[in-house]
Write a protein that binds this ligand. Structure first.
Ligand code: ADP
Length: 226
């Protein structure tokens, strides 16, 4: 589903953020990307959505080399990749329904599709009874569920999560992890960058550890320190 072949990223100021990364992630796989701050996790994620370019190497997403993708093809790439962030990024003046619907509106889905798919995905994340609420009326965990619903409403084959439990307490984080786990079980490839050791340790999924831009560990059912 996602393949990095000898990928390096050197930023404009000469900082090498990733060095010679070769890695492949299968359909439906759940992968934790771990490592200290500055080790290259966000750079890895930004490369997949073509927010930034690789300096060398190639990156395949669903069999397609995205490094030479024309700019006008990038929106199409991003339709296949849902993104979840630490700070939720919900629109404060829109209801929960409207926040999720917006993700479908921008890709030109019809009102009918929106009316069917939005309640379905809100049901999946357990928030169909909060459709008319606004983000400020929800807890942090609930807001993160909405952002997962928004990322997943178009059923993308890939879901990227950058520190999705960063602002949440352990019990709430646990619920978010169960949800992401369920999403991967239906065949979605999930890549989650995190510092959260207890989350990684409780899941026993594949762990790829970065250190100064290099892969120092790739373990099938890994843990992340103590
Ligand atoms: P992480 O997500 O693991 O904290 P990053 O991918 O953000 O790591 O950063 C990896 C390295 O690249 C760090 O040394 C960081 O300072 C550097 N870096 C990140 N973004 C930029 C940028 N836009 N320009 C220059 N250096 C950057």
């Amino acid at each position: 589903m996602i393949e990095f072949k000898k990928v390096s990223k050197v930023y404009g100021d000469g900082t090498t953020a990733l060095k010679d990364i070769t890695l492949s992630v299968k359909k439906g796989e759940f992968l934790f990307l771990v490592g200290p701050s500055g080790s290259g996790k966000s750079t890895f994620i930004k490369l997949i959505i073509r927010e930034i370019y690789a300096t060398s190497g190639s990156i395949l997403v669903a069999g397609r080399n995205i490094c030479n993708l024309k700019t006008n093809r990038i929106p199409q790439l991003r339709r296949n990749i849902g993104c979840v962030f630490q700070d939720f990024k919900l629109l404060p003046n829109k209801t929960i329904f409207e926040n999720v619907a917006f993700a479908l509106e921008v890709i030109g889905k019809s009102g009918y599709v929106i009316k069917v798919q939005v309640p379905q995905v809100l049901q999946l994340v357990g928030l169909h009874n909060k459709m008319k609420s606004y983000p400020y009326q929800l807890s942090g965990g609930e807001q993160q569920r909405v952002s997962i619903a928004r990322a997943f409403v178009n059923r993308p084959p890939v879901l990227l999560a950058d520190e999705p439990t960063g602002n949440l307490d352990p019990v709430t984080s646990d619920g978010i992890m169960k949800l992401l786990s369920r999403i991967s079980l239906v065949g979605t490839t999930v890549i989650m960058a995190t510092h959260n050791r207890s989350v990684v340790n409780s899941m026993r999924r594949r762990v790829v550890e970065l250190e100064r831009g290099e892969i120092v560990r790739d373990q099938k059912r890994g843990v992340y320190g103590s």
